[in-house]
Design a binder for this molecule. Structure first.
Ligand code: HSE
Length: 314
């Protein structure tokens, strides 16, 4: 038997929602798990590029052994029913740029869990799979939208359960995803964060998070401009994202821009704006990075409303 699952990319944090806000984007990884017939072949994992925008070098960094996230996800599910994974061929067809803050890890965890669950005759329901996925990833902000699609606010509770709600994304706002040619691993990006933050910064983010939810539900651009700020992670990560300070400075004067934020832990950035003036926004980001010898790929995308799904793949 063979099962393939297509999973969308995600962007997390989106300003004030550190570790709790995320959105699915129409870029995909497809994870295929096939039972092989030869006994004793163990679990074999391979990665192939799904399009030319994925540099092969980055794919080489994806671990393919028993320490890989995809293996861990499959193992947890098999172990939950008293089995050990064996005689499996796992293929990751990778369309999501790696180590760029676009949820490539979350997508392989989610895809592997759903595919393994299908192979095993669905021992786990959706809440259980979501809970396992968040446990492996360590936070729910990428995993939840990868699973269910859309713009999502989520938390993982002390009992492991994941609570989430989908939010509206106003039609009139554009999401421009700017992907630089340098990687940033989430581990490094998390290592620069403090263990504790000043109370005034926690209050600042709590205010913005409330404003964000009101702004998206009422399409309030003025409020969104205030909401798209963060003091919990972005200030600490600025030094890891070459050129971000200049991009922020250069976009300040563009009236249609509502905010410019890190995508997840970086290295990609998101520009959220009204839909006019997009070419100007794109050329400002491109030129600012080009001045620092950084190449990038920039795309204006819609929210992907659908989450991970089983697909037929030959
Ligand atoms: N919320 C996470 C972070 C997203 O900012 O570290 C990256 O996986």
């Amino acid at each position: 038997m063979k099962v393939s699952v297509r999973v969308p990319a995600t962007t997390a944090n989106i300003g004030p929602g550190f570790d709790c806000l995320g959105m699915a984007l129409p870029i995909y990884n497809t994870i295929t798990i096939e039972e092989t017939v030869l006994p004793g072949t163990g679990v074999n994992i391979n990665v192939i590029a799904d399009n030319s925008s994925i540099d092969e070098l980055a794919l080489e960094h994806i671990p393919l052994d028993e320490n890989s996230l995809v293996y861990k996800a499959v193992e947890v599910l098999y172990n939950s029913i008293g089995q050990t994974p064996s005689e499996l061929q796992i293929t990751i067809k990778s369309g999501i740029p790696v180590a760029r803050g676009l949820g490539s890890s979350a997508s392989v965890i989610v895809g592997a869990l759903i595919a393994a669950n299908e192979l095993l005759g669905r021992p786990a329901d959706e809440p259980a799979l979501l809970s396992i996925a968040c446990e492996i990833e360590g936070h729910p902000d990428n995993v939840t939208p990868a699973f269910v699609g859309g713009l999502v606010i989520s938390s993982q509770e002390d009992d492991g359960s994941v609570v989430y709600r989908k939010l509206n994304w106003p039609e009139e706002w554009a999401i421009t995803v700017c992907v630089p040619d340098f990687e940033l691993s989430t581990d490094i990006a998390r290592s620069v964060l403090p263990k504790e933050v000043p109370m005034k910064d926690a209050v600042f983010n709590a205010q913005r998070m409330g404003m964000f939810i009101h702004a998206v539900s009422t399409s309030d651009s003025e409020l969104m401009r205030i909401a798209l700020k963060d003091r919990l992670h972005q200030p600490y990560r600025m030094k890891l994202i070459q050129g971000l300070d200049k991009i922020l400075e250069n976009l300040k004067h563009v009236e249609s821009v509502l905010g410019c934020v890190l995508s997840g832990a970086g290295s990609s950035i998101l520009v959220i704006s009204e839909k006019n003036n997009l070419e100007n926004i794109i050329s400002i980001v491109k030129d600012t990075w080009a001045d620092q010898n950084i190449k990038c790929e920039i795309k204006t995308l819609n929210v992907e409303p659908n989450g991970a799904a089983v697909v037929s793949e030959d």
